[in-house]
Write a protein that binds this ligand. Structure first.
Ligand code: NAD
Length: 503
């Protein structure tokens, strides 16, 4: 262990040391080195962090929108200035290459920029004289303490899908980062303090299931925004809603890219590489199944194979195309899937278990892997591998491709590559998936649209960020008012026990 440090929680604008005596290791996946020890919260520690957020809520809720958005603008400026610092932290704990980490930060920053429009987005509506002398106004108010539980694969962007909007809307938050990549959230906590956010509005609770369960069951936590694997998303949704909270729980994925025979095959091959192997396949929007329609498969597989073999895999701080997987366990799991695909009879065109990796230590590397002739009952097709493994499934027709996608239990993202506008239009209409790309392989919505999948990729009915985000982090209140002119006070109608009718 070199330069290893002990991390902490963050509550009330300051570091809080762990007291549970339970810790987990944080590693640099490119070298295998343990870089930090992370305290895992006990129930009591979780309660203390939640209490800090609860105590800060009334004053933040009552802080004017003008003042709240000024803090957000400042946070945005600081983030913009120090984006490379945050990207380096992401690379050191997640492993993704620096340019990819910078892209993640930029996407998160766009949500902060969107949240700076809170005064407009929180506007209610009013109707004069809805009934005689009766006016109606609708307003939206913050919820209270919002829990945000995030996965390892986007240490900065995923929490930023939620907290800028929650905070702009007047809530306080407790972020529970993945224990594999905790430093980004702690870094952002310091940035908030510098931006002038009052203590207790942004808190970080480090931990595992104990911390998650504390958030899910605490009566003081009013909402849960979760992103992670499907089994945990389902559990979080069921447990959180049982405890009276509104919950949005985004789960896993198995994203298909359909290539029609008329597509530009060089474009499709480039994009299959980017979407299949970017971030070593550890993206919920990664393409893991390429559906080749008709007689293009041989040519397309050849083009993808040539490109895959030319990729350089290694330490994300060097000029590599692809970094390592996040942990040794992930490396072993992904290698296991490659073994299984090979024994099941798929054609292994490029084998990522072999290869040279540009790194100083025994990092958790698997190189780009390409399978052809994959059948839909093979585990490399049925399971979310979450690694750099691209499976080509050959089908005869467009209809067969759509049937495959719609039969899949996941529905996060999908893409079609074609030059036929009519086919693309049919695809976007027929396919049962939340985010669709037409000649765009990773169709991640902009901050001002909402991000979310269908089926087992999302539990709950609200997607992340966009206008839906403001809706999720506020609740509606409708105020019905009657003011009578003094001269007309006798005409108030007197006693009438009937149900009020509009007149
Ligand atoms: P994960 O489900 O293992 O962990 C997510 C969070 O849940 C972490 O904070 C973790 O500490 C916590 N957690 C883990 N096990 C738990 C348990 N038993 N009880 C309570 N909490 C628990 O996911 P991960 O491996 O960190 O992330 C990868 C997964 O996230 C993939 O499935 C990926 O598709 C998914 N993901 C989805 C989206 C999306 O938008 N749909 C985005 C990013 C990642």
């Amino acid at each position: 262990m070199t330069d290893s440090k002990t991390l902490y929680h963050w509550a009330n604008g300051q570091k809080v040391d762990g007291k549970s005596g339970r810790f987990s290791d944080v590693t640099n996946p490119a070298t295998g080195e343990v870089t930090a020890s992370l305290p895992l919260a006990s129930e009591e520690e979780a309660a203390e962090v939640i209490a800090a957020a609860k105590a800060a809520f009334p004053a933040w809720r009552d802080t004017s929108l003008a003042k709240r958005t000024r803090v957000l603008f400042k946070f945005r400026e600081l983030l913009d200035e120090r984006a490379s610092e945050l990207a380096a932290i992401i690379t050191s704990e997640h492993g993704k290459v620096l340019s990819d980490a910078a892209g993640e930060v930029a996407r998160g920053q766009e949500v902060v920029e969107f949240a700076c429009g809170a005064p407009h987005l929180l506007k209610g509506s009013a109707t004069e004289n809805a009934s005689t002398n009766v006016d109606v106004a609708s307003i939206r108010q913050p919820l209270g303490v919002c829990g945000i539980i995030s996965p390892f694969n986007f240490p900065a962007m995923v929490p930023m899908w939620f907290f800028p909007i929650a905070i702009a809307a007047g809530n306080t938050v407790v972020v529970k980062p993945s224990e594999k990549v905790p430093t980004a959230a702690l870094w952002m906590a310091e940035l908030w303090r510098e931006a002038g956010l009052p203590d207790g509005v942004f808190n970080v609770l480090n931990g595992d299931k104990t911390a998650v369960d504390a958030l899910l069951t605490s009566p003081d936590v009013k909402s849960i925004s979760f992103v992670g694997s499907t089994p945990i998303a389902r559990y979080v949704y069921e447990t959180g809603t049982q405890h009276g909270k509104r919950v949005q729980a985004l789960g896993g994925a198995k994203n298909h890219m359909v290539v029609l025979p008329d597509a530009d095959l060089d474009l499709a091959a480039d994009q299959a590489i980017n979407a299949g192997f970017g971030s070593a396949g550890e993206r919920c929007m990664a393409i893991s199944a390429l559906v080749a329609v008709g007689d293009i498969a041989d040519t397309l597989v050849g083009k993808i194979a040539d490109r895959a073999k030319a990729l350089k895999t290694g330490d994300g701080r060097r000029s590599c195309d692809m970094g390592p997987l996040v942990t040794k366990a992930a490396q072993e799991r992904v290698s296991g899937y490659i073994d299984a695909g090979e024994s099941a009879g798929a054609t292994l065109v490029v084998d990522g278990r072999q290869g040279e990796f540009d790194a100083d230590g025994p990092g958790f590397f698997v190189g780009p892997t390409l399978f052809d002739n994959v059948q839909t009952d093979m585990s490399i097709y049925t399971d979310e591998i979450f690694g750099p493994v691209l499976s080509v499934v050959r089908v005869e027709s467009y209809d067969e491709a759509v049937e495959l996608i719609n039969a899949n239990p996941y529905g996060n993202g999908t893409a079609i590559f074609t030059n036929d506008g009519g086919a693309a239009r049919r695809f976007q209409n027929e396919v049962e998936v939340g985010m669709i790309g037409v000649n765009v392989p990773v169709p991640v919505p902009m901050a001002y649209y909402s991000f979310g999948g269908w089926k087992n990729s999302l539990f709950g009915d609200t997607h992340a960020h966009g206008v839906e985000g403001f809706h999720f982090f506020t609740r509606g209140k409708v105020v019905t008012t009657r003011w009578l002119d003094p001269a007309a006070r006798e005409q108030h109608g007197g006693i009438n026990l009937g149900f009020p009718q509009n007149a």
